[in-house]
Design a binder for this molecule. Structure first.
Ligand code: DUC
Ligand code: ZN
Ligand code: ZN
Length: 496
């Protein structure tokens, strides 16, 4: 009888980079988990030779939209099948899309509906954020606490869009619930009234082309809302994560808050690192690049890179919002040349997120490899309660790995991507990094040529309470606020 191999799989000779360390080792995997890291490990039933290759943790995309009901006649082109295949081909092994409450709907119904949409489709693992659009007393008192306890420990709220936005009082109520139950709130920070006023004025002047989208949402609109979100979070004394931050003035607000010691986290996306508003031309690319906040100018683009380097940002997510350009329910669903305010907001980017950040960030020397891993995987796993199962290469963690090819130069074309969107904003981009292989729990889901079609193998992940959202001792300067909130489940040791 042949003796049983010590490991199901050994990835040999890996040049491993985590958020903290760099070392050469073999990775021993049993039942989808890493059980050994060392040199000269015993044989595996299967072996992959990673000699000469950089190996990083599989990406955790903490902000992407898949099969999310939009509430109007637009429709997302990617569901959990195409979206997770696309993610895997680009090195992402965990996605966290959004179960979005429609106004008038119970949050629980939104979650149940979203589980039905995911069932049997995902090829990689997934958790859900909630989107809270209707914080009724039932939602605040019953549904949110129950759902948080079940593993939906982060939620997004909006300060814009009529169908989604909360007013300041509603934001405070949601933040207070997050504080009480140890959840993390993500905030889309743009001032809806400023946008509405500017949109009306632009349309009245006949400005309908895509650039009108950027003109209707200048940096000030984001800066004001970012500051207000920070102030409301400070009032309630709870952490927030400001999503898709696009430029300097919002970054300044976040750095100011972080400098005061407030728990304010920030996310940006490849499109704010790589695209600028001059791409909002009057043609297909202009419509394709309409997203919110809009791409900004060159100085802001540089400021976002600076924010990655100086630690302002913890997370780079795709904000994959998959609307086709020409297909049904896509960018042109309101006509051949729709006014900018009738174009669904968002760009695709699940598959290109890691390769772009590796190519444009690490290979150019703008960020080091550890910052890359932190921004693309580890920090999102920590902030959203999935660490240490996800987000690192460590004993006991899931064997979610990317084996990189960082030496082959190529030109990106949408035809090579696996999403259901008919364009990429990075068409024709010169790149030099792509996963040679992606493993999800020790299973090859992308081998450099073929994607796994094992739909349904991806598992739902009930998230833990994020460490960042656990009660902290009060800042010395803010004991007063803690007195007001002292009944909010503070541990006795810290009660003022
Ligand atoms: N906000 C998002 O988070 N995604 C797409 C569009 C938007 O406004
Ligand atoms: Zn948003
Ligand atoms: Zn989004």
């Amino acid at each position: 009888m042949t003796p049983r191999a010590a490991f199901d799989l050994v990835v040999r000779n890996a040049d491993i980079a985590t958020a903290a360390d760099r070392f050469h080792a073999d990775i021993g995997i049993v039942d989808g988990r890493i059980v050994a890291l060392g040199q000269g490990l015993a044989a595996g039933a299967t072996e992959i030779d990673a000699a000469g290759r950089l190996v990083t943790p599989g990406g955790v995309d903490g902000h992407c939209h898949l099969d999310q009901p939009t509430g109007d006649d637009t429709v997302m082109a990617d569901d959990f099948a195409s979206g997770t295949v696309s993610a895997a081909c680009g090195g992402t092994t965990t996605v966290i899309p959004f179960a979005c409450q429609q106004k008038g709907q119970s949050l629980r119904a939104a979650v149940d509906d979203y589980h039905r949409r995911a069932a049997g489709k995902a090829v990689i693992d997934y958790a859900f954020h909630l989107i809270v659009t209707d914080p009724t007393p039932e939602v605040i008192q019953d549904e949110l606490p129950g759902l948080i306890a079940e593993g939906y420990t982060s939620f997004k709220i909006y300060m814009t869009y009529d169908a989604l936005k909360l007013n300041d009082r509603q934001i405070i109520d949601v933040l207070a619930t997050a504080r009480k139950h140890g959840a993390l709130t993500m905030i889309h920070a743009e001032n809806i009234d400023c946008i509405a006023w500017l949109t009306e004025a632009l349309l009245a002047q006949g400005i309908t082309a895509p650039i009108g989208h950027a003109l209707s949402r200048p940096m000030l609109v984001e800066r004001e809302a970012t500051h207000r979100a920070i102030s409301l979070a400070e009032l309630v004394d709870t952490p927030i994560l400001v999503v898709h931050v696009s430029g300097a003035e919002a970054i300044d607000q976040i750095r100011w808050a972080q400098g005061k010691g407030l728990a304010v986290y920030a996310e940006t996306c490849p499109h704010y690192l790589l695209l600028t508003e001059d791409m909002l031309e009057d043609g297909p690319r202009g419509y394709q690049c309409i997203c919110s906040p809009p791409p900004r100018d060159e100085a802001n683009r540089q400021a976002v890179w600076d924010g990655l380097r100086n630690g302002t940002f913890q997370v780079v997510s795709s904000d994959h919002a998959p609307f086709t350009y020409a297909g049904p329910g896509g960018k042109l669903s309101a006509g051949e040349h729709p006014p900018f305010d009738r174009v669904p907001n968002g760009t695709p980017g699940l598959e290109t997120r890691l390769p772009l950040l590796m190519s444009e960030g690490v290979l150019t020397g703008r960020i080091d490899i550890h910052t890359f891993v932190a921004l693309s995987a580890t920090n999102a796993a920590k902030l959203y309660g999935l660490y240490p199962q996800k987000g690192s290469i460590a004993i006991g963690g899931d064997a979610d790995l990317v084996i990189w090819d960082t030496t082959t130069a190529f030109t990106l074309h949408n035809t090579a991507l696996h999403h259901n969107v008919d364009y990429t904003p990075y068409e024709g981009w010169a790149m030099q990094a792509w996963p040679a292989m992606t493993l999800s729990r020790g299973v090859v889901v992308w081998d450099g040529a073929q994607a796994s079609r094992a739909h349904g193998r991806g598992c739902f992940l009930a998230a833990l309470a994020p460490a960042a959202a656990q009660p902290r001792p009060p800042l010395a300067a803010r004991v007063g606020a803690h007195k007001v909130l002292s009944n909010f489940a503070f541990p006795a040791a810290y009660r003022p």
